[in-house]
Design a protein around this ligand. Structure first.
Ligand code: MG
Ligand code: ZN
Length: 222
């Protein structure tokens, strides 16, 4: 029997090898790592800006901000007080891969970190297939999108540990139904943790910070 290996499978197995190396390194250093994914415009960068402001004095955190073009997000996060912010400009690629993250790590002192936040490119399709070595994928959905996003992008929701439902202050201004969104997320992934936030009115952010803080404490080397 002949085994047919497609080019895509080869690329992914190479990616998995590099992702495993990242994971082992972060494990050894006791760093909790999240891979933040969403469609464009759901508020990932705003969430990171608030997180940096809230947690900067409590834990040591770094951010890798991926974008197709521009370093605008990295600049915003640095302006919010981010001490270690590394941009990755993919130059057209619609996802981050483990190799890009490994390269960005070269200039980060991992020995001094509790938390690494990786902001992926706004795209719910291929980032689901590219493991970066993270502890948790966090998918951000906002109330300005359809509440059926989990049904449309099931692979991403299946692989995510947390869904942040953001822009909760805008509920009622569109057809987005919060209960339906929760139901869709749980239908795809019964284990997914749901956190509802608004960066503008600060609703739910404490829950988000607490989850990050506790996850870092759980991963930290004693
Ligand atoms: Mg962004
Ligand atoms: Zn892609």
């Amino acid at each position: 029997m002949t085994e047919k290996i497609t080019l895509e499978q080869k690329v992914l197995s190479e990616n998995d090898r590099l992702a495993l190396a990242n994971r082992e390194r972060w494990q050894a250093q006791g760093i909790f790592v999240i891979n933040l994914v969403s469609s464009p415009g759901s508020g990932k960068t705003s969430l990171i800006e608030h997180t940096v402001r809230a947690l900067n004095d409590k834990i040591r955190l770094a951010v890798i901000a991926g974008d197709v073009q521009t370093e605008n997000d990295a600049k915003r996060i640095a302006a919010a007080g981010g001490r270690i912010v590394k941009p990755i400009v993919t130059g057209g690629a619609c996802h981050l891969d483990a190799r890009m993250v490994t390269a960005a790590l070269e200039s980060i002192d991992l020995g001094r970190l509790d938390l690494l936040i990786i902001e992926n490119v706004g795209n719910l399709v291929c980032p689901a297939a590219y493991d970066l070595g993270e502890d948790a994928k966090v998918v951000v959905m906002s109330t300005t999108e359809g509440d059926d996003k989990p049904l449309k992008y099931p692979a991403m929701y299946r692989r995510s540990s947390v869904v942040v439902i953001n822009k909760i202050d805008l509920l009622g201004t569109s057809d987005f139904d919060l209960e339906r969104a929760r139901r869709h997320a749980r239908q795809i992934n019964g284990d997914i943790k749901i956190i509802e936030t608004s960066c503008r009115s600060a609703i739910g952010l404490e829950v988000w910070y607490r989850w990050l803080y506790d996850s870092c404490a759980g991963k930290r080397k004693h």
